[in-house]
Design a protein around this ligand. Structure first.
Ligand SMILES: C=C(O[C@@H]1C=C(C(=O)O)C=C[C@H]1O)C(=O)O
Length: 287
């Protein structure tokens, strides 16, 4: 990497939920200034932590673990107020009766596994045993009493009725707290924001433009999702319309509550300040 030909390494979540941020992103116009790595969230979280990528959406839980090194892009996230439709716990018994159960967690998720732990510990007060598994519902349910899936794995599993109870963790969070929840946030490594402010600003603007265009007319995204993943056009239209890609005060408030609970339960080592990227400067969100 030289100052004349800087390259930024971008992560792209390998799930449909982020499509609006990337669908109209003009990759060609950035040429070799941009390298893209498409992976599931936990792989991106790790790549970001190890300095192998510089920018892109990661689990909001992973931001909290490295908040001193990253900034958050405003107006970009994968958030919801109530149902998400792709963060699902499949279980044989009601949540309140899970005491002593084994729950299989997917190796793909950081935010939602901790959200489930928070909900069960704080609100249901059940002690359970967690095991990590590849995101396959049949394997999970063979080994455990409940299985959590996220992203497209959750969506596909939700289309087949295996007779399990299904809890949407976004809906459950909002029902219990009255708050929004942001599952993925868009981060930029502070050092890269400092060293390559213009390229970073151009990438940010391109993300916002992709989001604007995608949400203004979902037709192409819906058709592609149906063709590549299945389901109905109505399903995908509702799925994209129901998610929120905004990241502003309402989402910050929900996320800060999640972080506070995560600290309280020992899942995070210390309190988290949200540091928001701005063109050439940084704003800190205080409560
Ligand atoms: C809405 C979703 O949010 C996600 C959940 C994540 C997590 O649990 O760590 C990370 C990124 C997003 O993919 C989803 O996966 O469907």
């Amino acid at each position: 990497m030289t100052p004349n030909n800087p390259t930024i390494r971008m992560g792209r979540i390998d799930f449909t939920n982020v499509w609006p941020l990337f669908y109209y992103f003009p990759f060609e116009s950035f040429g070799d200034q941009l390298e893209v790595f498409q992976q599931v969230p936990t792989q991106l979280n790790k790549a970001m932590a190890e300095g192998r990528i510089d920018i892109g959406p990661i689990s909001s839980f992973a931001y909290a673990e490295h908040a001193e090194d990253y900034l958050l892009f405003p107006h970009m996230s994968v958030s919801a107020f109530q149902h998400v439709h792709s963060l699902l716990l499949f279980h044989r018994k009601p949540l309140a009766e899970l005491e002593g159960s084994t729950i299989a967690l997917p190796t793909t998720s950081a935010t939602t596994v901790n959200l489930l732990k928070i909900i069960l510990a704080k609100y249901y007060r059940v002690n359970v045993h967690y095991v990590y598994e590849e995101p396959n519902l049949d394997t999970m349910m063979n080994k455990a009493d409940a299985g959590l899936l996220i992203g497209d794995h959750a969506i596909k599993a939700s289309w087949e009725d295996r007779g399990y109870l299904v809890t949407d963790l976004g809906a459950e969070w909002t029902r219990l707290t009255g708050h929004w929840m942001s599952f993925a946030v868009c981060t930029i490594r502070k050092q890269v924001a400092r060293e390559q402010p213009e390229l970073v600003a151009d990438i940010y603007k391109a993300f916002l433009e992709s989001k604007r265009k995608s949400l203004a007319d979902l037709t192409s995204l819906v058709n592609d999702a149906q063709r590549l993943i299945g389901g109905s056009r109505e399903y995908w239209h509702d799925y994209f319309s129901n998610l929120s890609y905004e990241f502003g005060p309402k989402q910050w408030e929900g996320l800060q509550l999640y972080y506070r609970y995560a600290v309280e339960l020992g899942f995070l080592k210390h309190e988290v300040q949200l540091q928001i990227w701005q063109d050439n400067s940084v704003a800190q969100v205080t409560e």
